[in-house]
Design a protein around this ligand. Structure first.
Ligand code: ATP
Length: 655
């Protein structure tokens, strides 16, 4: 069946496939789509259409789901296979918690570590998913409640730590002044956060008090895309110490890391600069490092690149080995391009890329993208801005006032202004979960989702529901201790080419740079424009002064040295553009042949160019490489032109 409509059609059974810890891959990857926010809904036309839907070709085989992304502008479609899907109509974090997170908790009491992280673009709902609101608690408070009730039953002790990783530095959020934490390796290769606070927690009210103070210390900013955008990765660690059996006096320790990752950002869209650009480069870099670690784990690669970022280095003891991890890929239903980027990276982590199983061809939408159509689409979309695409996406002329557009000027103005408090309106008050819990555990409003919804709608909840205990509401599957965890990562060779759309916005690009695209045909077409502008330097020795153009501006050639300089500059810019073209179009193997590009960099480039083709070498800096790395890479490639043989030949010619 060809999926024509973009609406989310998710049979309940598909949304809620419970996680079985005994038979999942080491890192489970699920999708959560947030609902449209009020300012994203056009006043007249009712609900906008989501660009994300799910279809399981075989409802009986529920090991994974096929997530579809459709660009409402171009009808381009992408498909990815992931472990589970929670659509926007299922806007209750409790079901994600019960199906995906609570199965990880019993293992903590037997010494296992686990990690849950929310991953996604800025504004896609990561913080909401992890923290929740006063009325709808997120995965963090829900997990804490469950852990506390299990502690009561088992005589275990729970302690929390809360820290952030900001521009590759680690800060203790439970300390006044957010003290920087030093990361140390011990002789066994274990990583320690020296001096990180650990606060004992005996009740939910204690937790809410301590945690909400930490939330206020976390670095956030108004980026123009999200009013309260997290600029750091926030890690809540719940450590549990359980007395060993018998009189041995041993203590079993396990911990759960609950991570609200900073948002993946397309710098072309955010117009980031200064500190924002640095933050965002580091964020993107560390998210990519995290995805590499997950991929290595899921593919049983011999080397897991934990040391590529501070976050993965810190999480080393909770990712891989006997630990379990869950990636919640958060999506904004109105952002196609951004969702493709998130889901493709999530799917890449799981190492299941786009594919159409041949037996299901009739049931699944076409996922191979026609190159010609792609080219046409790309050409048509040139010059379109993201917000224009978004307006089109809703299929109606939405009054501009009803759409929340990035406020670039305000983002710029606030570039150095951190707001170390949470937005009380949408992200929860500065003391989150107040009124949600009492010292015994959860109150009614967070125990029953129906009650939550009712309360949010202003309905009164029956007094007797306050008596419901947490234990009665959460059923934790018992995880056998001796069970081997099986990796069920599926591989497929069929992959789909992704969109080459390059959005040119907020960047002043001359015609030459704007023209770059990952498609050779385009590049050729563009070269004509380029040639026309290039005005090849006419060397007329007898003419003392010649006007010519180097790159996109005219210069005056008056001396042979000027000519030489103009020519070198033109040669350099052609070479650089050629190099960028190669980076955008070469296969992974070809990339590896280029001097200065190793396996990791090749993967990095291949990943990033899928959604954001490079436009110039400086784009490499924007995605996190240092200018030195870019310089080295290019100069190595340039030097490679004069390889040994050519060098000898050149020397011969010169002599
Ligand atoms: N499920 C949801 N229901 C209602 N509102 C939501 C939901 N998810 C997110 N939101 C709202 O969407 C906005 C963005 O969400 P949030 O701040 O959680 O995004 P984020 O992914 O953490 O962004 P960033 O990476 O910039 O910090 C917030 O106003 C939030 O209240």
């Amino acid at each position: 069946m060809e999926v024509q409509s973009c609406s989310v059609k998710t049979p309940k059974s598909l949304q809620t496939k419970p996680m079985d810890p005994s038979c999942t891959s080491k890192v489970r990857v699920i999708v959560r789509v947030r609902p449209f926010l009020s300012h994203e809904i056009p006043a007249k036309n009712g609900n906008p259409t989501s660009c994300i839907s799910v279809l399981d070709p075989d409802p009986d085989s529920r090991d994974e789901v096929t997530v579809h992304l459709q660009d409402p502008d171009t009808s381009r479609k992408e498909c990815y296979q992931l472990d589970a899907f929670f659509g926007q109509e299922d806007n209750n974090l409790r079901s994600i918690f019960e199906r995906e997170v609570s199965p990880l908790i019993p293992g903590m009491f037997r010494g296992r570590n686990a990690t849950v992280f929310a991953y996604g673009a800025t504004g896609s709902g990561k913080t909401y998913t992890m923290q929740g609101t006063n009325l709808l608690p997120g995965l963090m408070p829900l997990a804490m409640s469950t852990i506390l009730s299990m502690c009561q039953r088992t005589g275990s002790r729970a302690e929390i730590s809360y820290y952030e990783v900001y521009i590759e530095r680690c800060y203790d959020l439970l300390e006044v002044g957010s003290k920087e934490i030093v990361i140390q390796d011990d002789k066994d290769g274990m990583v320690h956060l020296k001096g990180l606070s650990r606060v004992p927690v005996n009740s939910i009210s204690e937790f809410q008090e301590v945690f909400s103070r930490g939330i206020q210390r976390r670095k956030t900013a108004d980026t123009g895309i999200n009013d309260v955008s997290s600029r750091s990765h926030g890690v809540l660690v719940v450590a549990v110490s359980t007395p060993g059996s018998g009189d041995s006096g041993t203590v079993v320790s396990g911990k759960l890391n609950l991570i609200d990752l900073a948002g993946n950002e397309d710098n072309r869209r955010t117009c980031n600069e200064g500190i924002r650009l640095l933050e965002s480069s580091k964020i993107n870099q560390s998210l990519f490092a995290l995805s590499n670690v997950i991929r290595a784990l899921n593919n049983k690669e011999p080397r897991v690149p934990y040391r590529d970022s501070k976050l993965t280095r810190i999480l080393q003891d909770s990712l891989g080995g006997a630990s379990h991890a869950l990636m919640v890929a958060c999506l904004n239903p109105g952002e196609y391009q951004e969702s493709v980027r998130t889901v493709s990276l999530a799917a890449r982590s799981r190492h299941i890329s786009n594919f159409v199983p041949s037996t299901h061809k009739q049931d699944t939408p076409k996922v191979k993208v026609d190159m010609e159509e792609k080219l046409r689409t790309w050409l048509e979309s040139r010059g379109k801005t993201k917000s224009a695409q978004r307006i089109d996406a809703y299929g109606s002329p939405i009054p501009p006032s009803s759409i929340k557009k990035p406020n670039y000027s305000s983002a710029k103005a606030k570039v150095n202004t951190y707001r170390n408090t949470c937005n009380a309106k949408e992200r929860g008050s500065s003391v989150p979960f107040r009124s949600l819990f009492n010292d015994e555990g959860l109150t009614d409003s967070c125990l029953a989702s129906t009650n939550c919804a009712a309360e949010e709608n202003g309905e009164k909840i029956g007094a007797d529901s306050t008596e419901i205990s947490l234990e009665s509401s959460i059923h934790l599957p018992i995880e056998p201790l001796d069970k081997e965890y099986k990796i069920t990562s599926t591989k497929s060779n069929n992959s789909v080419e992704t969109s080459p759309i390059a959005e040119v916005k907020c960047t002043e690009r001359g015609p030459l740079r704007k023209a770059l695209s990952p498609i050779n045909a385009n590049v050729n077409q563009i070269r004509h424009e380029e040639e026309a502008c290039k005005c090849p330097v006419q060397f007329e020795p007898k003419t003392p002064s010649t006007a010519t153009c180097a790159k996109d501006k005219f210069v005056t050639i008056s001396t042979p040295l000027d000519k030489f300089n103009a020519m070198s500059s033109s040669l350099k810019s052609s070479l650089m553009q050629e190099y960028v073209d190669i980076l955008n179009t070469a296969s992974r193997e070809e990339l590896l042949e280029i001097k200065g590009i190793g396996v990791r960099l090749a993967d990095y480039i291949a990943e990033l160019r899928e959604t954001s083709p490079l436009k110039s070498l400086s784009d490499l800096e924007k995605i996190g490489l240092s200018s030195k790395q870019v310089y080295n890479m290019f100069s190595k490639a340039a030097r490679g032109i004069f390889d040994k043989q050519d060098g000898a030949q050149l020397r011969e010619e010169l002599m």
